[in-house]
Design a protein around this ligand. Structure first.
Ligand code: FES
Length: 94
């Protein structure tokens, strides 16, 4: 079984203050979201041409890339319906 390398990213109360933000873990930019008492972490780079997903906005459970508006599910990283193959990396949280 693979060992998970958990990283501390901040105090919960601080992180809850914004529904979507860019964080950096071990030099990697990630998009952290908090909505309906659940967290989501996906890659901070859009797989179109690298837009900063953590600086986009939330539309329902989708993060909207600020550059050309592609959408990715905030917890699974899967592209919006009809574009599911446009998936970005998803990360576990606890
Ligand atoms: S870089 Fe994200 S939609 Fe183009």
């Amino acid at each position: 079984m693979a060992e998970t390398n958990w990283q501390f990213v901040g105090k919960i109360e601080d992180l809850k203050s914004r529904p979507l933000q860019q964080i950096e873990v071990s030099g990697k930019k990630l998009a952290l979201s908090y909505k309906d008492n659940t967290w989501g972490v996906i890659s901070g780079f859009c797989n179109h041409v690298g837009g900063p997903l953590g600086k986009g906005c939330l539309e329902g459970d989708y993060i909207v890339c600020p550059w050309h508006y592609w959408k990715f599910h905030r917890q699974t990283g899967i592209g919006q319906p009809g574009y599911e193959e446009n998936r970005v990396q998803q990360y576990e949280t606890k």
